[in-house]
Design a protein around this ligand. Structure first.
Ligand code: ADP
Ligand code: MG
Length: 376
């Protein structure tokens, strides 16, 4: 079984949509697929048409060992099983705080049935807390959905460091498979610029022996498509809701990526497009791509690795455009008791220019989706 953690500590980037619809694509292709709802908001559970209050045995019960993994799976579609979330999951992180080996509960619970399924996709909560650590400990792969707006890369370095530390301390098989661009607009030069930034960053990591040295930006990307936003409220996957829409087409391609089937090449976002952009858009972009933030990986007690990752700086707008505060530095203990400390050395304060006559408008694509719709 290939176990894939769908992870990004930001909310609203497309994790749940991607986990549900990629799993549905794989199940439709005849693979036996398990999905795990590891977000207390239970969006995946609802998206698949299951009422969270009706869930007697789900992710929480498995984590607290009051139910078994396999016996808690619900067959929700042909070839598709769900380990659902219910409201109890909200308390899991605090309840487990004193449990020895709490990061590997899911991994151990899944042990007995790895041969029975082909894929497992874990929809992670928008945090890098204990639930996400359990997902990373149980997985071999990480898929990072990312919405290419100008704050997209803020926190990206920290996310990769977390994966790297779990790889070094808890799960040596863990690798970042790739970044999935969601709500991608190939006509917007900003989307293309974020894509180019990530590709450059990942290319620079080749051969570095980090957990992301083989990661790619997936050739398939997800276009903004209203059908994808509508389908969850009907409890349907995109293939049930509108199998002919762009969203269904795009997630079929993501499924094919994981099946190793190559689609005819996408027309990749072309640089000429950005040249063709009206000059008014080029100014904020140039500003945004110029900043980088030093990130330090610190494995206590061996602080040695240091990387720089591109992080888009705050535009010259007031702070309300930064909806996602950086998570606090976190310290987790491995089963061996060795503490892992993850911290960004410096997170830039919003760059405030002196009030000037001209206040640039934020790019038009930014406000349509909140960077964090989670509230968690
Ligand atoms: P996350 O799980 O990371 O919080 P979601 O998958 O729930 O993100 O997506 C956030 C919101 O954006 C949801 O309302 C979802 O329906 C919508 N959405 C996701 N992907 C797309 C897309 N490609 N086009 C339009 N809306 C989308
Ligand atoms: Mg979600």
């Amino acid at each position: 079984m290939r176990t894939i953690a769908v992870l990004n500590q930001k909310g609203g980037v497309g994790k749940t949509t991607s986990a549900v619809n990629t799993a549905a694509a794989l199940a439709a292709a005849g693979r036996r697929v398990v999905v795990i709802d590891f977000d207390p908001q239970a969006h995946m559970t609802i998206h698949l048409g299951v009422e969270p209050t009706a869930v007697q045995a789900g992710a929480y019960e498995v984590l607290t060992e009051s139910a078994g993994f396999e016996s808690s799976l619900m067959l929700v579609r042909p070839n598709l099983w769900l380990l659902a979330a219910n409201i109890n999951l909200v308390g899991a992180e605090t309840e487990l705080v004193n449990v020895v080996g709490r990061e590997i509960i899911l991994r151990e619970a899944m042990q007995g049935c790895r041969d029975k399924f082909d894929f497992c996709l874990i929809d992670c909560a928008p945090s890098l807390g204990l639930l996400s650590l359990n997902a990373l400990a149980a997985a071999e792969e990480v898929l990072i959905p990312l919405q290419p707006h100008f704050l997209a890369l803020q926190g990206f370095g920290k996310l990769l460091q977390t994966v790297d530390l779990v790889n070094k301390r808890i799960n040596p098989r863990l690798k970042v498979t790739g970044v999935l661009l969601c709500m991608h607009d190939t006509r917007a030069s900003l989307s293309n610029e974020v894509r180019a930034d990530i590709e450059g960053f990942l290319d620079a990591a080749r051969g570095t022996n980090s957990a992301w040295d083989g990661a790619v930006v997936l050739p398939a990307f997800i276009r903004r498509n209203i059908k994808l936003a509508e389908a969850p409220s009907y409890g349907k996957t995109i293939f049930e809701y509108d199998p002919a829409c762009n969203g269904a087409e795009d997630y079929r391609k993501v499924g094919n990526f994981f099946l190793g089937i190559s689609d005819e090449p996408e027309a990749p976002p072309e640089p000429e497009q950005s040249q063709a952009e009206p000059p008014v858009e080029t100014q904020p972009q140039a500003e945004m791509s110029s900043a980088s933030v030093p990130i330090e990986i610190r494995e206590v007690p061996q602080p040695d690795a240091k990387i720089e990752t591109p992080v888009h700086d705050e535009p010259t707008e007031p702070a309300q455009t930064q909806p996602q505060a950086e998570p606090q530095a976190s310290v987790e203990e491995t089963p061996a008791g060795a503490p892992i400390e993850i911290r960004e050395v410096h997170v830039p304060a919003p760059t405030r220019t002196e009030p000037s006559a001209v206040t640039p408008e934020p790019p038009a694509i930014l406000p349509e989706y909140p960077a964090d719709s989670s509230g968690v």
